[in-house]
Design a protein around this ligand. Sequence first.
Ligand code: GLN
Length: 249
Amino acid sequence: MKKIIALVLAAMLVCTSAVMLASCGDGEKKELHMATNAFFEPYEYYEGDKIVGIDAEIAEAICDKLGYELVIDDMDFDSIVTAVSSGKADFGMAGMTVTDERKESVDFTDSYTTATQVIIVPEKDAKVKSVNDLKKASIGVQLGTTGDIYVSDKYEKSGAKIERFNKGADAVLALTQGKVDAVVIDNEPAKAFVDQNEGIEILDDPFADEDYAICVAKDSELTDQINGALKELKDDGTVKKIIDKYIND
Ligand code: GLN
């Protein structure tokens, strides 16, 4: 009898320590580093010195589910895929569109939302009145984004001049100063820029529908783990609630 009790106690001890190890490490939660570019309202942006937004909140909810502490590393958008593929960051979340080219360097989780690319122009005397006019325009984009890739592929040969900026806000500043004719950027950040700047508007024709997803190092176990957490957060309405909190039109 004593032997059995001793065995049961020993088994219980092993189990508790295993659970504790998995969830807490050395008593501290393990960190997951998210690479982003925090100048992309409403997905990620600074409120004081804190990074908030749809991506920041969904990432926090995923980390909560998986038992990790979230640490957000802010960097140029163009550096995110490399940070993730080299292991400097655990995942990238930055209103990032799933593209075949990026898939050569990283894996993507399931998509958590969709977006479009839009064209921002001056309200008065705009040279660009439709997508067609981009052919000969000077176009501001954010370096390395799908906006950059689309206009470079489609219009650079026909005589468009592409001006590439590290931040979307710098492209918009160039537009308000008359240095470029149009800015091509994702629809929600475009709305935020138009709200914050006088005299610019979004053209009616959007182009390119996109899926946003989280990028993870190739063949990492994290992809399945994040997908599992993301599914639960979609199913219980958390993802929608977070998106609706930031996008309400
Ligand atoms: N969705 C665009 C892309 O993935 C822009 C993202 C961004 O600027 N943060 O390229």
